[in-house]
Design a binder for this molecule. Structure first.
Ligand SMILES: NC(=O)c1ccc[n+]([C@@H]2O[C@H](COP(=O)([O-])OP(=O)(O)OC[C@H]3O[C@@H](n4cnc5c(N)ncnc54)[C@H](O)[C@@H]3O)[C@@H](O)[C@H]2O)c1
Length: 271
């Protein structure tokens, strides 16, 4: 019950889970094997907690061992693997090992990404390649390795893009390119994997108040700007993104594939 007191946007979901366990909407995720990349921090961490609370069997990976191990300890049964998503063999091995546990994968969430601000004129090819390796190449490798391991009844993949594809910020050319590519990957994969009942969707968060965003980028001026430009002023919490991931992973969204979900409190509406 301690989790009910946390202010991370997941309260109402947990109440449903605690007081109405077995409720139709979330029951289908119980026992499902859910893989989450970059699960040790931020939105990924909220998703690990949310899926774990539904009774899903979560496997998550991250490059940050201390945060990953601490989160594994704090969950019911989520399993952490230390790896670098830029290394192909490590990604394929993690997918295979996770699939071996119950002989299948039901949900894959490609979440990990890096979003540095880099001056365009001084950006190096190495920096460009590094972002492509983390933010989109790893999504392809994970999806390719996971897709044959989905059961005949199918499942769901969720690829993380970003509000930045719609707002076009400067100093983020490589990041925004990877996030636009994610939308293309989702659409093509939805067509490719549809015949096998695997739904593939893009989740694009607005500006979310994760620990790292608050430490590195969210100034009082940014908060003021968001409150002015979002349709609803309240700042977005990581748990609110996790709730949309639960929806896209569950049978509640059984008719939805190939789509982008912009979870931005209407920021993109302001043009
Ligand atoms: N937070 C936001 O405001 C925001 C806005 C739009 C889109 N997004 C997207 O949402 C997703 C999650 O973002 P976040 O803000 O929670 O990020 P975050 O930086 O808080 O967490 C990302 C996690 O990925 C891990 N990671 C990074 N590189 C890795 C690698 N090579 N191998 C393994 N793990 C690696 C990090 O260690 C970290 O735990 C990303 O795809 C991001 O682009 C976030």
């Amino acid at each position: 019950m301690e989790s009910l007191e946390k202010s991370d946007g997941l309260q109402d979901f947990r109440i449903v889970t605690v007081f109405l366990s077995g409720v139709v909407q979330l029951k289908d995720l119980s026992g499902k094997r859910v893989l989450i990349t970059g699960g040790a921090n931020g939105i990924g961490k909220s998703m690990v907690e949310a899926f774990d609370a539904t009774g899903a069997m979560v496997s998550f990976c991250d490059i940050n061992s201390s945060q990953g191990n601490a989160l594994e300890e704090a969950t019911k049964c989520a399993k952490f693997t230390l790896l670098d998503l830029r290394v192909e063999d490590q990604v394929r091995q993690w997918i295979d090992q996770s699939a071996e546990i119950d002989g299948r994968i039901d949900v894959l969430i490609n979440n990990a990404a890096s979003d540095p601000r880099i001056e365009f004129e001084s950006m190096t090819v190495e920096q460009w390649d590094d972002l492509f390796a983390r933010n989109i190449r790893a999504y392809f490798i994970a999806a390719q390795q996971a897709s044959p391991r989905f059961p005949a009844r199918g499942g769901a993949m969720i690829n993380f893009s970003s509000i930045t594809v719609h707002k076009s910020p400067a100093k983020m050319e490589a990041y925004v390119s990877t996030k636009a590519a994610t939308i293309g990957l989702t659409q093509s994969l939805a067509r490719e994997l549809g015949p096998r009942n695997i739904r593939v969707n893009t989740l694009s968060p607005g500006w979310v108040m994760t620990d790292r965003q608050l430490e590195e980028f969210v100034t009082p001026e940014v908060k003021q700007m968001l409150r002015r430009e979002q349709c609803i002023a309240e700042l977005i919490l990581p748990g609110e993104i996790a709730k949309v991931a639960l929806f896209l992973a569950s049978d509640m969204s059984s008719a939805i594939t190939g789509q982008e979900f912009l979870v931005d409190r209407g920021w993109a509406c302001s043009g």
